[in-house]
Ligand binder design. Structure first.
Ligand code: COA
Length: 238
């Protein structure tokens, strides 16, 4: 569909396929990728033909090895490198899209890679996936929402364990802490996410998006307000 440099975006039969495509740099997230992701996410948000999205990383070794360290090293400081990223709120856009995202995780899933997968709704990992947040070692904190999204997914103590120690977590532990929904052999990774996407896309897209909205927005509300939200969405759907 497009001539991006750092990502690929295709759509086929109701499914959008978003691929991080810098395998030579383990799909490290750079400023160009931020800008291209932003464009692709806007297209996904606005395209009624796309009912569900699969996010994955190109190459054998990594989903994403985090922020591009070569950009960090050329900036005056890691803090300033981060400020450049805040100019465009790609993560706010990502989290606000009311369509389901399924992410296929293999190999290294580090830093921004972890945070990107947390913007998705269903996380499937292959057995070789390894997760880590090395920000502490660089004297910075997460900047792609991870300090907020990680505890919402795995709970406060697992989130602080990952964020403060920077230790790496293998797929089986990621499954135990509910960072991922399922772990499959590498050969089954893409077929598994494809099958899930095919199932979801067969449902009424409004019902799917309302269910996503009820859960994701509801998590930030009191139970009472969350129940009101569910009732309101249910009436709108009727
Ligand atoms: N930014 C930019 N380039 C990166 C990168 C990153 N975050 N991670 C890997 N690369 C590049 C390497 O420089 C290397 O490039 P080269 O072939 O031109 O030398 C290529 O990707 C392959 O990486 P390599 O280090 O050779 O692979 P490996 O299997 O030996 O090690 C890692 C893999 C992930 C352990 C290692 O690359 C690493 O520690 N990366 C940095 C992770 C990180 O701290 N990310 C920032 C989080 S905030």
């Amino acid at each position: 569909m497009s001539a991006f440099e750092t990502i690929l975006y295709e759509k086929y039969d109701g499914v959008g396929y978003l691929t991080l495509n810098r395998p030579q740099a383990l799909n490290a997230y750079n400023i160009r990728m931020r800008d291209e992701l932003y464009q692709a996410l806007e297209a996904i948000r606005d395209d009624d033909d796309v009912r569900v999205v699969i996010l994955k990383g190109a190459g054998e070794k990594a989903f994403c090895a985090g922020a591009d360290l070569t950009e960090f090293l050329t900036a005056p400081s890691p803090i300033i490198a981060r400020q450049v990223r805040w100019e465009r709120d790609v993560w706010g856009l990502f989290l606000g899209i009311p369509k389901p995202f399924i992410v296929a995780l293999h190999g290294y899933v580090l830093g921004d890679g972890v945070e990107m997968c947390l913007c998705c709704d269903i996380r499937i990992a292959s057995e070789d996936a390894q997760f880590g947040t090395p920000e502490m070692g660089l004297g910075i904190i997460t900047a792609a929402g991870g300090s907020q999204t990680l505890p919402r997914v795995v709970g406060q103590s697992h989130a602080l364990d990952m964020l403060l120690t920077g230790r790496w977590i293998k797929a089986d532990e990621a499954l135990r802490m509910k960072l991922v929904n399922k772990v499959v052999p590498r050969a089954d990774l893409l077929p598994t996410v494809q099958k899930m996407a095919d199932g979801i896309k067969s449902f009424d897209p409004r019902a799917v998006s309302y269910a996503k909205r009820a859960v994701t927005r509801g998590l930030d509300l009191s139970l009472e307000r969350g129940l009101e939200l569910e009732a309101r969405l249910g009436i709108q759907l009727a």
